[in-house]
Design a protein around this ligand. Structure first.
Ligand SMILES: [Ca+2]
Ligand SMILES: [Ca+2]
Length: 423
C-alpha cells in the first residue's frame, strides 16, 4: 500500500493548549499536507488550525546549546540507575535486568475528579478492584525486542508499511530533505520512510548505543505479539494505572503530587518550550535508559515519561461510577488506550505524565515516542533469560509464526492513522 494512500486517510484529533492554557480539541481530516520547497510546514499548519495550535511555531531542529548539552550530560549521570542504586562502576549490562515485580491485589481510585484534560475521559474517579499480577519493572527495551525478533523473525507494522512517525527535532537534515509531507495540525510529526524500531530516526540511524532504551515504533499489534511470545500480555488500563500509583492514593504522579521532589527530576519529560526548545535539564532530550530515574513504590521505572505505553483496552471517554473488578474496557472500539506520556510531554502542551491521564492511537499506529511493557498472572523470567543460543530457532519460529498468522488477519483490516494525542 502506498504511503500516499495511507496519508490521505489519516485523521488526527489534536489536543493543544493556547498561551493561556486553554485546552481545546479539534478533529482534522486529511491532515497530511504536501510541503513544497518554498512553503514551510509551519505556514501550512497555521492555515488549517483554529484551536490555538497556530501559536506553536516550527522552526527546524530542537536547539540545544553547548552549555545546555553539558548540563544535560551531567543530569543523565545524576539520574542513572547506577548512581541511584550506588552501582557506579559496575557492569553496565546489569542495568537492564529482565525482571517482573509482584503488584499485590487491591482496590484503588481510578481516574480523577480534577482532570487536567477533561475531554480525555480522565474522570470521574471510581473505585476499582484489581487482582494481583506481575509487571515488567521497565518498558520493553531495544535489547528485549531484539531477542524477540531474533527468535521469531517478527516484522513490525512500521517495517511492513515502510514508514513511521518521527519527531522532527530528532531527524538529520538528510532525512528531512526527503520528506514532502507533514501533519498539518502537528507539524513536528513527520512520516519518515525507513523509520522503524531499529532505525528510530530513519535509515541513517540505529540503536547500537541505546539497547537499554525503550523500543519505539511498535504498534499495538507488535506489542501484543511480543507479550504473547514472552508468555505475558499487555496490561489493562486499570492494571496499568493501579501499578502506576505505586500504592499511593489519589496522587498525580507515581511518587506523589510534587513534580520535582527536593528539586530532583523523577521522570524523563520535556523542559523548555515545546516543540522548539528542549533544555534536557533532566538529562535527556530523547529517550533515556529504561531504568533511569527513581522507581515507584512497586519498583516500577518510568511509568510516566520516557515512552508512552500501550494498554489492552479499547478507547472510550465515558466511564461508569459503579465499583468494578478487573475491568477490561469497552468490548469494541477504534483506538487503543496508551498511558504515561513520554519524553516529549510538557505541561504547556501535553500534561499527560500523570497516572490518571490517558490518550489513544489506532492499533496500527507507531511513533518515536510510543512503546510498552507486559504483565502476567505468573512470574515469567525463563524465556527471556535464556541465552540466545538456547532459544531454538525452529521451535521459536513455530511460536512466532502462529502469532504472525493470527495478527496478519487483524492487520489486513486496519487503516493506519494517528488520532488523539499528538505530542
Ligand atoms: Ca527529558
Ligand atoms: Ca513510560
Amino acid at each position: 500500500m502506498g504511503i500516499a494512500i495511507l496519508m490521505s486517510s489519516w485523521v488526527f484529533v489534536v489536543v493543544c493548549l493556547s498561551s493561556i492554557d486553554l485546552i481545546c480539541t479539534e478533529t482534522v481530516a486529511e491532515e497530511l499536507v504536501t510541503v513544497s520547497e518554498t512553503e514551510t510546514i509551519a505556514s501550512s499548519h497555521s492555515k488549517s488550525s483554529s484551536c490555538g495550535c497556530h501559536s506553536l511555531k516550527r522552526d527546524g531542529l530542537v536547539s540545544v546549546d553547548r552549555e545546555a548539552s553539558l548540563l544535560s550530560e551531567q543530569a543523565a549521570v545524576k539520574y542513572s540507575k547506577r548512581l541511584n542504586d550506588g552501582m557506579e562502576g559496575q557492569d553496565h549490562r546489569k542495568d537492564c535486568p529482565e525482571e517482573m515485580v509482584l503488584i499485590p491485589a487491591g482496590e484503588f481510585l481510578m481516574g480523577t475528579n480534577n482532570p487536567g484534560i477533561p475531554q480525555d475521559g480522565e474522570g470521574p474517579q471510581r473505585k476499582v478492584h484489581v487482582d494481583q499480577f506481575y509487571m515488567d519493572v521497565h518498558e520493553v527495551s531495544n535489547q528485549d525486542f531484539q531477542k524477540f525478533v531474533n527468535a521469531t523473525g517478527h516484522v513490525t507494522e512500521a517495517e511492513k508499511f515502510g514508514d513511521s512517525f518521527v519527531f522532527d527535532g530528532l531527524l538529520s537534515e538528510a532525512v528531512k530533505s526527503q520528506i514532502t509531507q507533514a501533519v498539518a495540525a502537528a507539524p513536528w510529526w513527520l512520516p519518515v520512510r525507513g523509520a522503524d524500531w531499529s532505525h528510530p530516526e530513519g535509515p541513517d540511524s540505529n540503536i547500537a548505543d541505546r539497547m537499554d532504551h525503550p523500543v519505539l515504533h511498535v504498534s499495538w499489534s507488535d506489542a501484543t505479539a511480543y507479550c504473547t511470545w514472552a508468555g505475558k500480555r499487555l496490561p489493562t488500563e486499570a492494571e496499568w494505572e493501579y501499578a502506576c500509583r505505586g500504592g499511593l492514593s489519589d496522587r498525580l504522579y507515581p511518587w506523589g503530587n510534587n513534580l520535582h521532589p527536593k528539586g530532583q527530576h523523577y521522570a524523563n519529560l520535556w523542559q523548555g518550550e515545546f516543540p522548539t526548545y528542549n533544555t534536557g535539564e533532566d538529562g535527556y532530550t530523547k529517550t533515556s535508559p529504561v531504568m533511569s530515574f527513581p522507581a515507584n513504590g512497586y519498583g516500577l521505572y518510568n511509568m510516566v515519561g520516557n515512552a508512552w505505553e500501550w494498554t489492552s483496552d479499547w478507547w472510550n471517554v465515558h466511564h461508569t461510577t459503579d465499583e468494578l473488578h478487573n475491568p477490561k474496557g469497552p468490548e469494541t472500539g477504534h483506538d487503543r488506550v496508551k498511558k504515561g506520556g513520554s519524553y516529549m510531554c510538557h505541561k504547556s502542551y501535553c500534561y499527560r505524565y500523570r497516572c490518571a491521564a490517558r490518550s489513544q492511537n489506532t492499533p496500527d499506529s507507531s511513533a518515536s515516542n510510543l512503546g510498552f511493557r507486559c504483565i502476567s498472572e505468573k512470574k515469567v523470567d525463563l524465556m527471556l533469560q535464556l541465552p540466545e543460543w538456547m532459544v531454538s530457532w525452529s521451535s521459536a519460529k513455530l511460536i512466532g509464526g502462529f502469532v504472525l498468522q493470527a495478527e496478519s488477519l487483524h492487520w489486513n483490516t486496519l487503516q493506519r492513522s494517528t488520532s488523539g494525542e499528538t505530542c
